[in-house]
Design a protein around this ligand. Structure first.
Ligand code: TYD
Length: 213
């Protein structure tokens, strides 16, 4: 049986990494094998590219350069980690995927070019389900800064207008693919958000015909 590919998307400070870990624990308690991963990253090559993109010294302002780097990291991740895990029947939970490229690089690259770059990077792989953890950027950036561990990365440094634009793009992407997306109000408390996600996965994925649980 092919596994299930679930991605988590959203702006800074939306709580994706906390929620993804909580969902992994719940799915494991249902007896499913879960592979938890993130972008940019997930393989040694992709983690190295992550370092290049997110540190100030090496970062490029050019949207297409950024998109190509994210796509190169993603391709390695898809080929070496995500596809094999799906073939083995695992549930793959990924913190960010191609929709982040649409939301963050979208304004800076023509749509048709960006979609080509995304298709190559993702090797045509599209998530079965995507959670958009939605939070207004003021609150998100405040949360991200309160867990501040040293240096802000390239995108955390961007201004509020940019983060508002990212949020608008995520909403537009979700509206264009309503069957794939579930929008979660991530300003709610952590346990409430986790329960909304758990229920949605049960209804949308695990209850579907042919699903394992
Ligand atoms: P990360 O520390 O993983 O951020 P977060 O904790 O908010 O998920 O850093 C990833 C950053 O890279 C984040 O600001 C979003 C950005 N990004 C893109 O711009 N395009 C992409 O395709 C991906 C995957 C991430």
């Amino acid at each position: 049986m092919r596994g299930i590919f679930i991605t988590f998307e959203g702006g800074e400070g939306a709580g994706k990494s906390t929620q993804i870990r909580r969902l992994a624990a719940v799915l494991e308690s249902y007896g499913l094998s879960v592979a938890l991963t993130r972008e940019p990253g997930g393989t040694p090559l992709a983690e190295a590219i992550r370092g290049l993109i997110l540190t100030h010294e090496a970062a490029s302002e050019d949207g297409l350069t950024q998109a190509l780097l994210f796509a190169a990291a993603r391709r390695d991740h898809v080929l070496r980690v995500i596809r094999p895990a799906l073939s083995a029947g695992h549930v793959v939970l990924c913190d960010r995927f191609a929709d982040s490229t649409r939301a963050y690089q979208g304004g800076k690259v023509p749509d048709a070019v960006l979609e080509q770059v995304i298709a190559l990077g993702a090797d045509g792989l599209v998530p079965d389900l995507t959670f958009l953890l939605d939070v207004n950027p003021e609150l998100g950036l405040e949360r991200a800064r309160s867990r501040f561990t040293g240096v802000e990365d390239t995108f955390e440094r961007s201004n509020l207008a940019f983060h508002r634009e990212v949020r608008r793009r995520f909403h537009a992407i979700a509206a264009s693919e309503p069957h794939r997306f579930i929008i979660i109000d991530a300003s709610q408390d952590e346990a409430y958000v986790a329960e909304s996600i758990r229920l949605a996965v049960r209804q949308r994925i695990l209850a579907a015909p042919g699903a394992g649980a």
